[in-house]
Ligand binder design. Sequence first.
Ligand code: CDP
Length: 228
Amino acid sequence: MKKIIIAIDGHSSTGKSTLAKQLAEALDYIYVDSGAMYRAVTLYALEQGFISDKKFDTDALISNIENVNIEFKKEGNNPTVLFLNNKEVSSKIRGMEVSNLVSKVAALPLVRQCLVKEQRKMGQHKGIVMDGRDIGTVVFPDAALKIFMTASAQTRTQRRFDELTAKGEQVDFDEVYENITSRDHKDSTRADSPLTQAKDARVLDNSQLTQNEQFDLVMEWVNTILEQ
Ligand code: CDP
């Protein structure tokens, strides 16, 4: 059976990981959340005291980057439990503290080089769905299917706000809106691997689509490619 690489890029909180997980499960592919890797590096830098809302010691982070060990492990039904230096951090990386600093960390070329190298290794045998910001443009420019996801900022904020409050985190709607729109801006305007739509990407605006409608549409694209 032919195996392909599916690259999903797009703005913050567009539901990339939900779609990616559904596809990986249906196709029995590996799923990799590249954003979680940037979030893990950010958490590491926070925990080491290299960064905070007042301080950003790039040199300290860069010189310690080899000490960051990121692993995805399967636990029960969840294929993407994230471990940072052998500690489970899947929930911690989603909090506002990490969200507010991750785009600064992700703009560092050396951090990107290290993570992109890991991501390419994970995709060497294909049969992978990876989501992020530069997957179709930089990590896997030859991916057979590239999807660029977007939705209105209001819709995305509501989704992320609901997700965080469901987890019991105390958040303010305006703070989430500010985080999402400022990350969009930083991610799209940075010098190294900015978020842009690959020329051959299919745009998926899911403001008006349910998760099932979106999944069915993308599975049609996948099947057409697999039949070629
Ligand atoms: O969950 P959400 O869509 O809000 O973001 P994420 O996918 O967890 O990514 C968090 C941040 O990591 C992004 O805002 C980017 O700054 C960075 N990132 C990146 O630079 N390149 C990637 N391939 C994935 C994420």
